[in-house]
Design a protein around this ligand. Sequence first.
Ligand SMILES: *Cc1c(COP(=O)(O)O)cnc(C)c1O
Length: 388
Amino acid sequence: MPHCRAQRLDQLPPYLFVEMDRRTQAAVAAGKDVISFGIGDPDQPTPDFIVERLQAAARQPANHRYPPGAGTAAFRKACADYMRRRFGVTIDPDTQVTMVIGTKEGIGHLPLAVVNPGETVIVPEPGYPVYTASAVFAGAEIHRLPLSPDRGWLPDWDAIPPAVAKSAALMFLNYPNNPTGATATLADLQRAVRFGREQDVLIAHDAAYADVYFESAPPSILQVDGAMDYAVEFHSLSKSFNMTGWRIGFAVGDARVVRSLAALKNNLDSGQFGAIQAAGVEALQHSDHPAVQAMKKIYRERRDIVVDALAGMNICVTRPPAGFYIWARCPDGYASMDFCAKVLDETGVVIIPGAGFGRCGEGYFRLALTVNADRTREAMDRLRRMAW
Ligand SMILES: *Cc1c(COP(=O)(O)O)cnc(C)c1O
């Protein structure tokens, strides 16, 4: 028998979303009118000005060859210009930024580039499942950092055991947060950098939703004094510009970390298609384009429809200031998987069990605002008619 499956794959937590997927497909096959708020994948197309840039760039033969691994000079400059314009942060485009093939790829590879086997990675819970997976693949120990609503889904720094802080090499944070919709203030990020400095822990801040906001603009961790020596931040074009299929983002921050990540990636991938990078430049240069503003208006309308409806059903929910998720409590007595399965069975509405984001997500469900307003209203009407 050949080896067909490495043990590390069995160390991954069970992917609860697969179970919801299976149930959803069964419902569709049974002819149910399914309305899915499952996956965080924008329903609107990429803005025309970005697609047009791709079309022109695809015709340039220079883009048909291997691209530079860390990103084209033009792409890295556009990242630096964006960081300055959006956050007032100065970045050296040659040493402090590297392109990633989507932040999922960058995050997935970061522990392999900066963490030794047996060292600890601190992973917030509930959280994006890739943080745990990437730490498992690097042979790291995982410390789950519970986030709770009474602290606004921010870490309780004093509750991190000293032994964990001492052995930790890396900590993931994510604001605006998926799945909770929580945001961090600059003071919150200052506290994170202080932890990094005091404990010699690299803080990896996932800022995938930095440009999807409805109130004040969320800060970058690199705005914090001294952060450049303790932090790396991931930015994605996926959510801000409806470009999930294009696979492009960037890692920015501590030059030593950026160099390690780029060195690892040099041995694994050969960058991203030059024409996609050219289109990425176009996007980053117009991060406040009317098309981007229009998207935020669409999400805000959907957010208000859902939050008002759920609150009217006595479901405990907050109105998120950023991101495109609604995070709400299951009615009393329901485990999240049971509640989501019941909702799907009785209404054809797909919502995601909070337990899929880690144990601290148990008792919650997540809904992605990727369904148009009329269908969202229809889904809320169905929920209202349901009894629990
Ligand atoms: C969607 C998402 C990502 C991945 O984005 P890509 O750049 O498309 O890989 C990363 N982090 C969080 C929290 C996300 O929700």
